[in-house]
Each structure stands twice: as structure tokens, then as C-alpha cells.
Design a protein around this ligand. Structure first.
Ligand SMILES: NC(=[NH2+])NCCC[C@H](N)C(=O)O
Ligand SMILES: [Mn+2]
Ligand SMILES: [Mn+2]
Length: 301
């Protein structure tokens, strides 16, 4: 986000890509926590996209063991892709608020439609690099990044009408601390840059983000930030469906967002996996708003 571009917020109340319900209430909680006013205070023009532009998928019962609720996930993401594509075409900054992380299938399909060399910074406790062959759960939110690079079921890799959306060399993972065996193998084979919590502890978040920004934006025509709130430590962000201890602390998460703003390279973003049903009051939704503000340029001084 940079101050010239008006922001279009796309709320996606959808959680069929996750193993537990609740993230569908994420957008309402983040809106209630004041994200629009916070962005306006920073000088942005803000438009709230109506969620009526997204289909109601509740009647769709298509599912499979290794691809749970694939009908609903596919339908919503084709619509998200169209919407994000239009938002970008209208000259607005697309900020999508989830929803579980399966919705990144659509946001990346929409963002990469007009940016053939899109970089991605994927801030997450997980890799979301599973395919139907490697998934331990069948939950599609653990497969969205793999699908964006063209791996997995063709219905999903083909969302938005083209594949692949991303080149592995412009993808950077930040904050990983729970990777499945198949994901580890894939990260090594494809040479995807992955700054795990080990690198963050060892070299510091400042250094890690400098590198992440450099790698994702080198030779790129835009950078998408996909921020899974479970990247943050569960002590700070308890309201999420797949918490993993040992995550980013409060200042590290803010520093990452502040540096992304400063770099001026981010062209679209999503914030996902806020689950108000599991939250301690509004702690996690409020944190999401603060982090969005940092990404939008809010500073201490
Ligand atoms: N977006 C997320 N929170 N993903 C969690 C994925 C967990 C696990 N790796 C799986 O494939 O099921
Ligand atoms: Mn994720
Ligand atoms: Mn995650």
C-alpha cells in the first residue's frame, strides 16, 4: 500500500478450506475492529467491496477425502479471482480479508492476471504447499500456494483461466515452523526461499525482511503479501484455527509490515485465518487491524 492508491477492501466470509469453522466470521470482526477508519486516518480513500459480489456456496456438497469441500472452494475462488482482477483494473489496491487461507487461490489468480512476474511474500507458520497427494488433512487451505505455482489438482491450478500464476524463485516464505514432509521436499526441490523461525531468531526480523523483499521483488512487476495471522505467536494471536507455538512476536510482526510499506513494492495483500470463535475477546482481530495499519504506513513517530 502506498498513499496514492485508494484501497478496496474485499471481505471474504468463507472457511470451507479449513478443518474447523469460524474464519468465515473474520472479515466482520476485522471490520468491527475499525480497519476502515484506521486506513482513512492514514490518508487513504477506502472502498468496501460488497460481499454480494461473491456467490453463496452453501448448497454445493462436492467433496473428496484429499480435497475437502472442493466444490465450494473452487466456486468462491473463481469469483474472488474476477473481483480482485477488477479491483486492480480500476486502479485500486486490493486488500482481501479472509476467510481461511484457501482464498489466496483467488486473490493471487486475480493479482497475477495483470502481473506476469508477480512476487509473493507468504507470512505463515505453515507452507501451504501441499497437494492432494501430500496433504495430511485434505484441507485446501494447506494447498493454496502449491496451486498458485501450478502443482496439484488442475481445477485449482486453473483458477482464473491460466497456470502457473507464480514462479518459485519470486516466492518467499517467512515465519514457517510447521512444515509437512512433502512440503519440505518441495521447498528444497523448487528452491523456494524459506525464512523459518530459526532464521528469524538467528539473523533478526530486520535482516530477514530485507532479504525477503529483495528476493520477491527482484525482476518482479509487483509483490503480493499473503499474511496468515497464525504466523504470529498464539499468545498474541489466539484466534486462529491452526495455532503453532513459537511464532512471531508483536514487534517482529509489526516490523515486517512496516518494512513492506517502506519498500514501496507491495501491489496487493490478503490477511487471513482470523477466527473470532477461537479468539480471546477481540484480541486477534484488533491485532490484524494494527498490522494492516503498519502495512499502510502507520509509524510510531
Ligand atoms: N492456512 C493454514 N492455516 N494452513 C494450515 C495447513 C496445515 C497442514 N500443513 C495441512 O496441510 O493441513
Ligand atoms: Mn496459511
Ligand atoms: Mn498458517
Amino acid at each position: 500500500m502506498n498513499n496514492q492508491l485508494p484501497v478496496s477492501i474485499l471481505p471474504v466470509p468463507f472457511d470451507w478450506g479449513a478443518g474447523r469453522r469460524g474464519a468465515a466470521a473474520g472479515p466482520e470482526a476485522v471490520l468491527h475492529a475499525g480497519v476502515i477508519r484506521r486506513l482513512q486516518q492514514l490518508g487513504y480513500r477506502v472502498q468496501l467491496r460488497s460481499e454480494d459480489c461473491l456467490p453463496n456456496t452453501s448448497a454445493d456438497r462436492r467433496t473428496a477425502m484429499q480435497l475437502k469441500h472442493w466444490g465450494r472452494v473452487l466456486t468462491i475462488n473463481e469469483a474472488i479471482a474476477q473481483e480482485v482482477r477488477s479491483i486492480a483494473a480500476e486502479g485500486l489496491f486490493p486488500l482481501t480479508i479472509g476467510g481461511d487461507h484457501s482464498i489466496a487461490l483467488g486473490t493471487i489468480a486475480g493479482a497475477a492476471a495483470s502481473r506476469k512476474r508477480l512476487g509473493v511474500i507468504w507470512i505463515d507458520a505453515h507452507g501451504d504447499l501441499n497437494t492432494p497427494e501430500t496433504t495430511p488433512s485434505g484441507n485446501i487451505h494447506g494447498m493454496s500456494l502449491a496451486a498458485a505455482i501450478g502443482l496439484g489438482d488442475s481445477r485449482f491450478t486453473g483458477i482464473g483461466g491460466y497456470s502457473p500464476k507464480l514462479a518459485p524463485e519470486r516466492i518467499v516464505l517467512v515465519g514457517a515452523r510447521e512444515l509437512d514432509d512433502g512440503e519440505k521436499k518441495r521447498i528444497r526441490e523448487l528452491n523456494i526461499t524459506c525464512f523459518t523461525m530459526h532464521e528469524i531468531d538467528r539473523y533478526g526480523m530486520g535482516h530477514v525482511m530485507e532479504e525477503a523483499i529483495r528476493i520477491a521483488s527482484a525482476d518482479a512487476d509487483g509483490v503480493h503479501v499473503s499474511f496468515d495471522i497464525d504466523s504470529v505467536d498464539p499468545g498474541e494471536a489466539p484466534g486462529t484455527g491452526t495455532p503453532v507455538r513459537g511464532g512471531l512476536n508483536y514487534r517482529e510482526a509489526h516490523l515486517a509490515m512496516e518494512m513492506l510499506h517502506e519498500a514501496g513494492v507491495v501491489t496487493s495483500a490478503d490477511v487471513v485465518e482470523v477466527n473470532p470463535l477461537l479468539d480471546n475477546g477481540q484480541r486477534t482481530a484488533r491485532l490484524a487491524v494494527e498490522l494492516i495499519a503498519s502495512l499502510a504506513g502507520e509509524r510510531i513517530l
